[in-house]
Design a protein around this ligand. Structure first.
Ligand SMILES: Cc1cc2nc3c(=O)[nH]c(=O)nc-3n(C[C@H](O)[C@H](O)[C@H](O)COP(=O)(O)OP(=O)(O)OC[C@H]3O[C@@H](n4cnc5c(N)ncnc54)[C@H](O)[C@@H]3O)c2cc1C
Length: 452
């Protein structure tokens, strides 16, 4: 096991003596919420609607925007606060199809499907970049560029092929950064090279979601938080959407519930693995100090199967660090100890830096590591972010609504990919910790083989 993991485990055991690690105002909620808190919205529910969307993250809210464009009267319901799921807990690093390449997902799919996926992901990226000018929705997008970091030397060889695909098919300025040149981008000896894409960047996820929510409410959509959908039943040529706040008769229903999908949509629940993802924010370091560690001020993530990802905060004064840190779910404070260990492995100078925020959220993994749109018994869904949904999930919601409302006749690529079942035992995702453990072992093996 790598020393930083052992260190993190020991630190975890000694957690009680680690109060120095946390600032006096330490919070177990996202840094983003300091600027915009997920909201409680208690609109009166109508008896009927053209469309009910279940889930008010960026997928459901973007779906609602598109539905309003197409003239549908729309209701959006969420079991918790608006955008309180993965959306406002995100690292919010914006990119496009590179995940298909880096995760190896593209290797399992037909060539035509991959080409269509890359095309949709590129359109999703343009959509995010243009949304402020076109719709007045504020994303807080910063075109910082994104650097993918090689955890093992052989990953750099793969980067050359990925850069070519991104250049040729995506029109991106993607290039390999050799280990010897990495210092201009990041102050670490932990990695062996990088793949830099200038067009990618980062945004402020709760600002984005809040601005989307304000936009759809202004345009007449009904939005209600703290309202769990319990069941959807067919009623003639429509549906009865039974929720904790009452029943609505809807012509169409869309589940945009991603990693939080529950028994209200069992067919989807059986096809996704809900996986915890964790983040911390450092105390204020100041922009000079952050730029010392991250001279490129990019968005960063690595090639580990249990990946690490990090970025400057939007004001450039803190470092945010994320991972899927372990075999068993941990509370954010315990996870923070691990993340601090990982962060110190990348930036040893941060060993004595304190943590001001630690939080967790749930993402949806799928068998083929791609997103899916589809319907079961007439009820639609748009899910499967696979850890990288801040760009693609809004687009997925829009596409789903275009299909549902007859604006788009041909099935999208996301409907053409088989949506396979996940292992299922008593409805519990029991395999997730085992998979995380196995991936951690493979990551360790890769580094061992490379003599690291
Ligand atoms: C820690 C973390 C870091 C991440 N970093 C990045 C990153 O850097 N880049 C990137 O691209 N992506 C990242 N992601 C992923 C990204 O945030 C998600 O893909 C995206 O936010 C998913 O949006 P969504 O709207 O599909 O789902 P969510 O925002 O999760 O919304 C789903 C909603 O459905 C609601 N719901 C579920 N069931 C019901 C029900 N029965 N009734 C009513 N409501 C229901 C939930 O309450 C929830 O609010 C990260 C995620 C996490 C957790």
């Amino acid at each position: 096991m790598p020393t930083y993991e052992i260190t993190a485990d020991l630190l975890s055991i000694a957690n009680r003596n680690l109060s120095w690690l946390f600032t006096e105002d330490f919070k177990t909620e996202p840094l983003w919420w300091d600027l915009v808190q997920p909201q409680r919205v208690q609109a009166t529910l109508p008896e009927s609607a053209d469309l009910v969307i279940v889930g008010a993250g960026i997928c459901g809210l973007s779906a609602a925007m598109r539905a309003l464009d197409l003239g549908a009267d729309t209701v959006v319901l969420d079991a918790g606060p608006i955008a309180g799921g993965a959306t406002s807990r995100s690292g919010a690093m914006v990119s496009s199809a590179q995940k298909l390449l880096i995760s190896g997902a593209a290797g399992d799919l037909d060539k035509d499907i991959v080409a269509d996926l890359i095309d949709e992901h590129n359109q999703a990226l343009d959509h995010i970049k243009q949304t402020k000018a076109r719709d007045g929705v504020d994303t807080g997008f910063q075109a910082s560029g994104r650097l993918f970091l090689a955890a093992a030397p052989r990953d750099v060889e793969r980067f050359a092929a990925h850069a070519r695909i991104l250049r040729e098919r995506g029109g991106m300025t993607a290039r390999v950064v050799e280990a010897r040149d990495l210092g201009g981008e990041i102050d670490t000896s932990h990695y062996h090279g990088g793949l830099l894409v200038e067009e990618f960047g980062g945004l402020h996820p709760s600002l984005f979601a809040n601005s989307l929510a304000a936009n759809i409410r202004r345009r007449g959509a009904i939005l209600r938080s703290h309202t769990r959908v319990i069941e959807v039943m067919r009623d003639g040529n429509a549906f009865l959407v039974k929720s904790s706040s009452g029943t609505i008769r809807a012509r169409k229903v869309l589940f945009a519930t991603n990693g939080y999908t529950d028994t209200a949509m069992p067919a989807v629940r059986r096809r996704i693995a809900p996986v915890g993802s964790f983040m911390i924010a450092t105390e204020e370091l100041g922009s000079d100090e952050v730029a010392r560690y991250m001279p490129g001020m990019r968005m960063y993530s690595d090639t580990k199967r249990n990946l690490w990802f990090f970025r400057p905060s939007t004001d450039g004064r803190r470092i945010l660090f994320g991972a899927r840190p372990g075999i068993l779910p941990r509370d954010p404070r315990n996870a923070a100890v691990h993340l601090h260990g990982f962060m110190s492995a990348v930036f040893p100078g941060l060993k004595a830096t304190r943590i001001s925020h630690a939080w967790t959220g749930t993402i949806a993994m799928t068998r083929l590591h791609v997103q899916h749109i589809g319907e079961r018994d007439g009820v639609w869904f748009a899910v499967g972010c696979n850890g990288s949904g801040i760009t693609i999930m809004p687009w997925l919601g829009r596409l789903a609504v275009e299909r549902m409302l007859g604006h788009r006749n041909a099935p999208t690529v996301f409907e053409r990919i088989p949506f396979g079942m996940m292992p299922n035992l008593a409805g519990l995702p029991w395999y997730v910790p085992f998979a995380a453990g196995y991936f951690g072992f493979r990551d360790w093996l890769d580094r061992k083989r490379a003599g690291l």
